[in-house]
Design a protein around this ligand. Sequence first.
Ligand code: ATP
Length: 769
Amino acid sequence: MLITESSPPSPPGDEKESKMSQIQFSQPFDEDASVWSKRQQAVCVRHAYKHYGSNKRPNHVLSNLNMTVAKGTIYGLLGASGCGKTTLLSCIVGRRKLNSGEIWVLGGKPGTKGSGVPGKRVGYMPQEIALYGEFTIKETMMYFGWIFGMKTSEILERLRFLLDFLDLPSENRMVKNLSGGQSRRVSFAVALMHDPELLILDEPTVGVDPLLRQSIWTHLVRITGAADKTVIITTHYIEEARQAHTIGLMRSGRLLAEQSPQALLQMYNCISLEDVFLKLSRKQGQSNQAVELQVAGGLGLTKLSRREEAPYAHEDAHVKGLNFHQSKEVLITDHNGVSNGDIPGKIAPSMKADCDDCGDCLSPLLNFTSRGKIKALIQKNFLRMWRNIGVMLFIFVLPVMQVILFCLAIGRDPVGLRLAIVNNDVNVVDGYCPYNNTCSMKNLSCRYLDHLKNQSIIKEYYADLESAINAVKEGQAWGAIYFNENYTDSLVARLALADTADDETIESSEVQVWLDMSNQQIGLMLNRDIQFSYRDFAKNLLSTCDYNPKVGDIPIDFKEPIYGDTNPSFTDFVAPGVILTIVFFLAVALTSSALIVERMEGLLDRSWVAGVSPGEILFSHVVTQFVVMCGQTALVLVFMILVFGVKCNGNIFFVVLLTLLQGLCGMCFGFVISAACELERNAIQLALGSFYPTLLLSGVIWPIEGMPWILRYISTCLPLTLATSSLRSILTRGWPITDPEVYMGFISTLIWIALFLVVTITVLRFKKG
Ligand SMILES: Nc1ncnc2c1ncn2[C@@H]1O[C@H](COP(=O)(O)OP(=O)(O)OP(=O)(O)O)[C@@H](O)[C@H]1O
């Protein structure tokens, strides 16, 4: 027979039982009366619905769940893996938001002002270890103690007790060096740290030896008895839950039974809770048959037609037994009992719970704050950086290395370029090409060749044109230069005859050049040098012969440039963009990874449950990042300007300010990435993926004036473009902040900072908890 006929009585003489019966008789159906009674419980959950995923394809995790935890009791929440225990606990502590239904915790609704939840009224031990590996045990306790608003002396006193009680190793041991069981105990100690009214423990005894497990339970029994604390605990060691005052049995997101362990044992006529569970599991497969049996037996039966209509079994509901059925639970009552048909179905959307998800809400961002929390958070951020050598190198060595590499590798003129020279004008022996540096009209080819930059060009003489051209074709030279046998005579004749010179004379007075233009930079540089050296040669020749050297120049007079050099440096052009790119993307990488790693390790959740708001976390990161950025900006600018001599013609204050603002902008972009990405690898992909397009489109390495018009508009809208041209104008032109080109860089950076912050908050707001 499937149904146990006897209704289980509460074990007599147990004070806790009387508390439990109080709750179980206070039902939510009379709404006016029930609000008061809900406030009296430690935890009261009514008609809770929660799903993950989109509304179209929801994964229902909690379905019409009701739960009541009396003050001063231990509540053991049991159920198969994946039935929704952790989700329920995270809603109770205010980390997640219900889709509908209501939760009362310690008389208030989690996440509402003044409820103290999340906050110091609750101690939460999540399933994952959720501790900072770089901290010692003592630092861990200090961090959470400060967040809970405790004084340092109180923390130290409590630390001594917990070290002793939980048999922890030395307080100076690093958390990352602890064993699994030791880490779990430290995590448990954190939950006990501030002696909260409500302790929520998600599998605290995993990996803990039986002796310590027993002493943990003894401690829980003691604090619930003597100090009137309440404990909700999940465990996979079913038998240890016998020490709980109430057991909540969960399945498929519903609470099927909420009984004292003794009542469950009697109901199923078992000697161990494990047997009760086995029995229940076996009954699952028989449920179809059971429905028929029950109908035949004339018992009251409510067969659920919808998943939402979950049964809720407790002693006052006159439950005779529980039946498990694949996706529908059947609750069996006697004729006079209250069936689940009396329980209202899914709550209308208008009755949505106002349990806020502290990760989602905008309002906590504006709630500021306590000194202890900020001190703890900022110290934590710095300590994590300081203790992580990789992060330190990343923060301070990488930017310096990038600047050094940039200045050494980019913008300098190439040297050692070979030119294959065939000089039929003069007999060159062993590379010696003689000429006279007076007003002599002999060996003019040698005189010209001497003006070709000796430091960047290596002249190699070839016997004939064919072998010189072949040398270029085979990559042994960047170009070939050819002087015919009458070069000097023809050039003299050309100068003397001017416009009466015949074509042959003019042709043979020309230097013939074949260049390898496959490398634009080298090709253009050789082209320029060959032309400029001819101009210098002509001017030199004319001046030695007492002519005006200007006759040899092209008739355009380039005066001293208004901005920049006659011979501008590519480094000066790229440097502003490089400075901003380095600071921007280092901030992106650092911020996004720091927040995501904390979230993935459950550390953000734990801090949030301890009462830290997202606003405080963002604020602490802004402060930490700002200090880091000041250091990075100083290093980058010192190396760029002082060590490598990049020109700074403007006000250095605005250079520093714009660089810092770009760092902040990168940090805010990092916030967007960390809010949008669940996994660190997605964040890295997004950060790296955005690097190249931004670099290419921001006018850092090529003027945006060279882009197609659509790209130009896109480019102007990017965070680095206007800032780069602004910094370039300050550095190279020395323009003041009042110039539109300069202040537009500042304005666009500020707009981007605001935009990124709004996007971050919006994403957090709309992301499901
Ligand atoms: N963030 C999430 N997004 C989507 N689904 C989730 C998320 N967290 C949990 N789930 C799903 O919700 C269901 C309930 O998960 P939950 O962690 O609450 O179970 P549990 O009872 O605590 O399991 P266990 O005892 O193994 O810890 C599981 O199917 C899980 O895959």
